[in-house]
Design a protein around this ligand. Structure first.
Ligand SMILES: [Mg+2]
Length: 374
């Protein structure tokens, strides 16, 4: 084994409390989320951190991801050169799916590469094209009044981007919420996300009502698998349509671009499996004139930092990002907020690697299961 080879990989299933229940077009989260934290250790004493944040509507759950990492991924990486990120990730191509597990390992390897070079990950990716990403906060609390009060408070602090989760209540109630947001917050950059929540047959009629509130985009109004209908909606509506659940991979992005499924796209490391496919998706989207947006699942500081490092380097990612979990949703993360969240923006950390400082005592307190490989 080379002196800087990967020697050991620790995997921890952790449980976090979130500050309020969240409802979406699909998937309901109440008070506890589970994630998998990956720690990759090299023989010469470096460590890289990664995080998998699966969510059932996107195909995986944390205990399954832990088992996949232990049985199918970590054994392939022991003894490998951590600087060979592309080769390490290509070595996992025989395992279909499991994008969250792959993303966690990928970001841990980038963390090590940055620490070895003494530079932040964004510098390894070619450098930043923007110092801050506009932060989108999601209105998804079943108690709308509580979220509205929070939104007003954030707005007063400079925050301008809100995304309302629609499609899980009566259409009339969705319109009422949009009306209340538009009334109170002059200059708000308002987005709407259905999380696949509308039926295809009457989606257009409902979305024409929503369009009256001038949303910056309408996200994934109908289910994945209905892309011909999604393309029809994108063509019929004046408001841009954003594809989220319909686009996981570069291959799907290629179809989305060619068949004009949407006007813009949400990129999530947890959907695509790492920086390589995320950059491929963005490149295809850019070539098609479709700007990208930084999406997340239930990601804490490590994955959010990885996302901000990546998206800060992509000129086409002009629609902001939703990395609000660590700053606003988790009761306590396993690291102090690395994104310097404030004033409606998040910023890539400047320390070496991902620039995330793990609180080992907090990590231990949140761990419900741990395995080590190597
Ligand atoms: Mg979405």
């Amino acid at each position: 084994m080379e002196k800087d080879a990967i020697e050991r990989i620790e995997l921890r299933l952790i449980e976090n409390q979130v500050k309020s229940a969240r409802s979406h077009g699909s998937g309901h989260v109440s008070l506890v989320v589970q994630r998998v934290i990956v720690r990759v250790l090299t023989r010469d004493g470096l460590e890289g951190w990664g995080e998998a944040a699966p969510w059932a509507p996107f195909g995986n759950v944390a205990r399954g991801t832990l088992a996949t990492l232990e049985a199918e991924i970590a054994p392939h990486l022991i003894g490998a050169d951590p600087a060979g990120i592309t080769a390490c990730m290509a070595g996992l191509e025989g395992l279909a799916g499991h994008h969250e597990a792959k993303a966690a390992v990928d970001m841990a390897l980038w963390d090590i590469a940055g620490k070895r070079a003494g530079v932040p990950v964004y510098a390894l990716l070619g450098g930043k094209v923007r110092d801050a990403l506009a932060l989108s906060f999601s209105i998804a609390n079943p108690d709308f009044d509580a979220d509205l009060a929070r939104a007003q408070e954030m707005f007063a602090g400079g925050h301008r981007v809100l995304k309302v989760k629609t499609g899980y209540l009566e259409h009339r109630e969705d319109l009422r919420r949009l009306e209340r947001l538009r009334e109170g917050l002059e200059g708000l950059d308002l987005r709407v996300d259905y999380n696949q929540g509308l039926a295809v047959f009457d989606a257009l009629r409902k979305l024409r009502d929503v369009e009256r509130f001038a949303p910056t985009f309408i996200e994934q109004p109908i289910p994945r698998g209905q892309e011909a209908a999604l393309a029809g909606l994108a063509a019929a509506l004046d408001a841009p349509v954003l594809a989220d659940e319909s686009v996981y991979s570069p291959v799907e992005m290629l179809r989305a671009a060619g068949e004009r499924w949407a006007d813009c796209v949400s990129i999530k490391l947890m959907k695509c499996g790492g920086f390589g496919p995320a950059r491929a998706i963005d490149a295809i989207a850019a070539a098609a004139g479709m700007p990208s947006y930084g999406g997340t699942l239930w990601e804490g500081g490590i994955a959010a930092a990885a996302g901000v490092h990546l998206l800060s380097t992509l000129p086409n990612c002009s629609l902001g990002a939703e990395f609000y979990m660590t700053g606003y949703s988790l009761v306590r993360d396993i690291c102090p907020d690395p994104l310097r969240t404030g004033g409606g923006y998040v910023r890539a950390p400047d320390g070496p690697g991902l620039g995330v400082a793990i609180d080992l005592a907090e990590l231990a307190a949140q761990t419900v299961a741990m395995v080590a490989v190597g």
